[in-house]
Design a protein around this ligand. Structure first.
Ligand code: 8YV
Length: 313
């Protein structure tokens, strides 16, 4: 039987690439020097797209593939996929939810601890001889027992809250509605920020949540407040955040996602009150293997005419 044709937007680890190549005819968009010519060449043959959460699938890619029926995303976030176009064309979209919750929560908590306790600076203090020359490291901020506001009490937000309960933190959250969780519901993000010592953003990115963390939220978080973002850059007004960090209107930010990533706004690099991470919240062997399997299983189910495992809506 001929192999189904799949447009592959970005690279995958070998443990995914090998089985993908065995089962499908993979057209590697990311390796093409001339992307437009490549799409014009292979577009008509493409039946499905395999992409990543950080890459998505644009209208240009989708429009180049008139026979496209399905998009399989390696990642929980599908904000990079042109969903309006997929709905209009009846293209089904799958993602990889749940398998990455624990890792994303782990990294969010680690980022919060690392920022609050100044661990990057502390590492340098020990290594470069400052400890011996100047003595003890400057005092830092306590985490346990403090107030954490979680913006978005979805699957990842709940895993973060479970972990932080163990730290004796007071926990409140904003979401579209009250959830069945034992934490205080503060629907307005400004009010949540005002209440919080730490504001952890785990909310899904869509048109409704764009720049949900704006200047007002940052002002409410205040000069002792710290922001942690493990969701999407679009959830934060990055220009307002940079102003707030530069002017010390908030105490600090720990960020795993950035506008225009993997390039960072150079203003971030000049700051000493930020912890910058290269979008790797799901980046463990265990989770990436589970994500890859789910992404491949969705493709397999589609071509077998079986129900998709994790359709997005
Ligand atoms: C990316 C992510 O998929 O799950 C998401 O939404 O953003 C990540 O897990 C990751 O960068 C894979 O390349």
């Amino acid at each position: 039987m001929p192999k189904p044709h799949v447009l592959q937007i970005g690279s995958y680890p070998d443990w995914d690439q090998t089985p993908l190549d065995q089962a499908f005819h993979m057209h590697r968009y990311f390796e093409a020097a001339d992307k437009l010519a490549f799409l014009a060449d292979v577009g008509a043959s493409v039946q499905a797209i395999a992409t990543r959460g950080d890459l998505g699938a644009t209208a240009q890619m989708i429009n180049a593939c008139p026979n496209l029926k399905m998009i399989s995303v390696y990642g929980v976030g599908y904000d990079g996929v042109d969903m309006a176009l997929c709905r209009a064309r009846g293209i089904q979209v799958t993602n990889t939810p749940d398998v990455l919750n624990g890792d994303c929560a782990d990294l969010g908590v680690a980022m919060m601890l690392c920022l609050a306790r100044g661990m990057i600076g502390a590492e340098a203090w020990g290594r470069d001889g400052t400890w011996a020359a100047k003595g003890s490291y400057p005092l830092q901020r306590r985490v346990w027992g403090q107030k954490v506001g979680i913006l978005g009490m979805g699957r990842i937000g709940q895993d973060v809250a479970n972990r932080l309960s163990g730290f004796g933190m007071q926990i409140a959250y904003s979401a579209r509605g009250v959830k069945d969780v034992p934490y205080s519901y503060i629907p307005d993000p400004v009010a949540l920020a005002e209440w919080s010592d730490f504001l952890m953003v785990t909310v899904i990115a869509n048109a409704d949540t764009r720049h949900v963390v704006n200047g007002d939220v940052l002002r409410a978080l205040g000069p002792h407040g710290m922001l942690i973002n493990i969701s999407r850059a679009a959830n934060i007004d990055e220009a307002a955040l940079l102003d707030a960090l530069e002017q010390r209107k908030i105490a600090g930010a720990a960020l795993d996602v950035f506008e225009g990533e993997p390039k960072l706004n150079p203003r971030f690099l000049a700051l000493n009150n930020v912890l910058l991470q290269p979008h790797h919240a799901s980046g463990t062997y265990e989770t990436r293997q589970a994500m890859g399997k789910l992404m491949r299983d969705n493709l397999t189910a589609h071509f077998a005419g079986a129900p998709l495992l994790t359709p997005v809506e």
